[in-house]
Design a protein around this ligand. Structure first.
Ligand SMILES: Cc1cc2nc3c(=O)[nH]c(=O)nc-3n(C[C@H](O)[C@H](O)[C@H](O)COP(=O)(O)O)c2cc1C
Length: 171
């Protein structure tokens, strides 16, 4: 039996999203935890991040030419929660989390060394959709730890942190 539900319940019905730690240039560079993230184009490869204008990261992104999408594993859950609950207005997140910043090849924002995959993105456009605005970035350089398995990447939605789960079949 189906029921018509309100928007809040409807949001919860969504499957989990991948989770990223996005690094943004600044003094010091900032890190924001973002679950609003998706691939917007394969060719060229473009990744979008949805950032609320209230975030300090938004202020930094408005004047940035790029950002880095860093993929955390389950071992980094504490740091993910820290960067998703504290603001760079008040704390230096690299210092407090002890995550290691490594210079990127082409964008100004640093990579997070502990994240096994890092996408260096150059901002191509910004779309204002509502309470989050989407910064779309063209992927220019991808770094990958060859031991990385996607089974250990984090997903998140509606208050629940998860791992991706069971592989049912290949397409
Ligand atoms: C699991 C999780 C996912 C989040 N996803 C987003 C997101 O996609 N976009 C966003 O603007 N904020 C998101 N947030 C909230 C920000 O990470 C949080 O407000 C952060 O403190 C902002 O930091 P800043 O002020 O340094 O930018 C998320 C928080 C958590 C814990």
């Amino acid at each position: 039996m189906k029921k018509v539900i309100d928007e809040k319940e409807g949001r919860k019905a969504f499957p989990p999203y991948p989770l990223a730690l996005v690094t943004i240039p600044g003094s010091p560079p900032n890190i924001i935890t973002a679950a609003l993230i998706h691939v917007f184009s394969f060719e060229p490869l473009q990744i979008g991040i949805g950032i609320a204008p209230t975030r300090y990261s938004y202020e930094l992104l408005k004047v940035a030419s790029g950002f880095v999408v860093n993929i955390p594993t389950k071992e980094l859950l504490d740091q993910v929660i820290f960067c998703g609950t504290k603001s760079g207005r008040d704390v230096n997140k690299f210092e407090k989390t002890r995550l290691t910043d490594v210079p990127a090849q082409i964008v100004e924002a640093p990579l997070i060394d502990e994240c096994p995959v890092n996408y260096e993105c150059e901002i191509t456009q910004m779309i204002e959709t509502g309470d989050h605005h989407w910064f779309i970035g063209e992927v220019k350089v991808i770094h990958k730890d060859m031991n990385f398995s996607r089974e250990n990447a984090l997903c998140y939605w509606a208050g629940e942190f998860r791992l991706p789960g069971t592989l049912l079949r290949h397409r």
